[in-house]
Structures are given as structure tokens and as C-alpha cells.
Design a protein around this ligand. Structure first.
Ligand code: AP5
Ligand code: MG
Length: 189
């Protein structure tokens, strides 16, 4: 099983690159943001709660998020591997993910992080906000998302460096060029 984490700030290109990778390597792409937006669309109880949190740019509580992820994974028993996009975002989530995988003798092969400066992130998200309909793609919420990323998610870089599976790449450039760099990392694993 090949499991990859595509890591990066809001707007860094996680979703874009994960879509390409899942196609190329036949891996199952889990975007926790997409999973939550689907629940919002269906206006489930959980969806209503998530909607409020997401539109404020905050994180869904860890326990809840871990349960959701576990369910998505267990619904895919045939998967050749997973691409985790937007998960983990906190240390407890990172620990839970390793635990879940290790229970079945699996692990994360690589954490691939896309580095993009904040000006570019804001520009990308504002541009997407013109058409995405995402309640969190407005300047105020984008800034909150970036602060949450810096405080709660960025520390995972140190964690994964220590584990020895961290790979950072420049997330600025053409989508194809970035995708090529990610493929090179995967093929060298
Ligand atoms: P989530 O949906 O994960 O959003 P995000 O992390 O803020 O990231 P985005 O989806 O906005 O950006 P992306 O990195 O996928 O970039 P994309 O490829 O779209 O999470 C949303 C919310 O859900 C969170 O704030 C939180 O509330 C909740 N949540 C989710 N997961 C959670 C978790 N684990 N725990 C707790 N809460 C959680 O690209 C962005 C734009 O740039 C696009 O328009 C794209 O076309 C463009 N673009 C992509 N690549 C390039 C390039 N190379 N050059 C120029 N433009 C590019
Ligand atoms: Mg995304």
C-alpha cells in the first residue's frame, strides 16, 4: 500500500496535485475539506456544525475529524493506497493517522509539502472565491485560515522531519512542473 500526505497551506495546490496523483498512481484521494463540504451540501447534523466552523476558518475538532477519516478509509477496503489532502492538520491527527495505518501494518511513505508565499496564497484563493462558492474564500476568512495553518498545522513539518519522511517542494510554478517534482519523489521511494 502506498500512502501519501500532500501537505501545505490553504491554496497551496493540495487538491490540484492530489487529483493528478490519484489518477496517475491509482490511489484513493481523500480531501477532508471535500468530505466536509459534501456533508454541508446534504445538510446533515454534522454538516450544519461543520459549516459554521469552516466559514469562520477554524478547524473541526480532532476527535470528530479522526472519526470521519476512519469511516472514509474503512469504506475503501480495496484501495491500493491513499492520498491524504488536508489531513492531518494537528499533532493529534498526525498521531491518530499513524496509529490507524500501523494497525494494518501500513504507514505513510512520504509527506510532500508545497511551499507557497502568503501573497500568492491570498491571490489564488481570492481568485477562486469569484467562482468557487466556498464560504471560506473571502479575504477575512482566508486570513484566519492562514493564521490557523501557521499556529496549528505548520508545526507538523518538524514532526515529520523527525520521522524522516518529509519532502518539501516549491509550490510556485506550473501545475505540470510541480506534479513532475512530486512524481520524482514518489518514484525514488
Ligand atoms: P480544505 O478544503 O482542506 O481547504 P484548505 O486547506 O484551506 O485548502 P484549499 O482547498 O483551499 O487549497 P488547496 O491547497 O487544496 O489548493 P487548490 O488545489 O484548491 O479545508 C477547508 C476547511 O475544512 C478548513 O479550513 C477546516 O475548517 C476544515 N477541515 C478540513 N480538513 C480538516 C482537518 N483535517 N481538521 C480540521 N478541520 C478540517 O488550489 C487553490 C487555487 O489555486 C485553485 O484555484 C487552483 O486552481 C489554483 N492553483 C493550484 N495550483 C496552482 C499553481 N501551480 N499555480 C497557480 N494556481 C494554482
Ligand atoms: Mg483543497
Amino acid at each position: 500500500m502506498l500512502n501519501l500526505v500532500i501537505f501545505g497551506a490553504p491554496g497551496s495546490g493540495k487538491g490540484t496535485q492530489s487529483d493528478l496523483l490519484s489518477e496517475k498512481y491509482g490511489l484513493f484521494h481523500i480531501s477532508t475539506g471535500d468530505v466536509l463540504r459534501e456533508k454541508i451540501k446534504n445538510q446533515t447534523e454534522l454538516g450544519k456544525k461543520a459549516e459554521e466552523i469552516i466559514s469562520k476558518g477554524q478547524l473541526i475538532p480532532d476527535e470528530l475529524m479522526i472519526d470521519i477519516l476512519l469511516k472514509v478509509m474503512s469504506d475503501q477496503p480495496e484501495a491500493k493506497g491513499f492520498i491524504f489532502d488536508g489531513f492531518p492538520r494537528t499533532l493529534p491527527q498526525a498521531e491518530a493517522l499513524s496509529e490507524m495505518l500501523q494497525k494494518n501494518d501500513n504507514d505513510i511513505a512520504a509527506v510532500i509539502a508545497l511551499t507557497v508565499d502568503e501573497n500568492e496564497l491570498v491571490n489564488r484563493l481570492l481568485k477562486r472565491g469569484e467562482v468557487s462558492g466556498r464560504t471560506d474564500d473571502n479575504l477575512e476568512t482566508i486570513q484566519k485560515r492562514l493564521t490557523v495553518y501557521r499556529n496549528q498545522t505548520e508545526p507538523l513539518i518538524g514532526f515529520y522531519k523527525q520521522v524522516g519522511i518529509f519532502h518539501g517542494i516549491d509550490g510556485i510554478g506550473t501545475i505540470d512542473h510541480i506534479s513532475g517534482q512530486i512524481s520524482a519523489i514518489i518514484e525514488a521511494l
